[in-house]
Write a protein that binds this ligand. Structure first.
Ligand SMILES: [Zn+2]
Length: 94
């Protein structure tokens, strides 16, 4: 773990899902992560409304919820995470 990340909540969380060295820290990654997270959140909300109107769409709805949680975590990291978290999370997603 990077010493300057000691107070960052997401660093310790991402340690469990991200293996190896963190990707390069780039300034453009934070807005990209925020936009991508918000776009994915909107898509999953629409997908859930689509699934809600249909019976037998439980699997579709479950996948949508999982994707929404990934998207919301991305938004949360882009807002509150440090630069290393942003790079690490985006590096795993893209
Ligand atoms: Zn961090």
């Amino acid at each position: 773990m990077h010493s300057r990340c000691k107070n960052c909540l997401y660093c310790s969380v991402l340690q469990y899902v991200s293996l190896g060295d963190p990707p390069a820290v780039k300034g453009w990654k934070r807005p990209v992560l925020a936009v991508a997270g918000l776009a994915l959140t909107v898509c999953t909300v629409m997908a859930l409304r689509f699934a809600w109107e249909r019976t037998g769409a439980v699997f579709f709805a479950t996948v949508s919820v999982i994707l929404m949680m990934i998207a919301l975590l991305g938004v949360a990291i882009s807002v509150r995470g440090c630069d290393h978290c942003v790079a690490r999370y985006l590096g795993r997603t893209l």
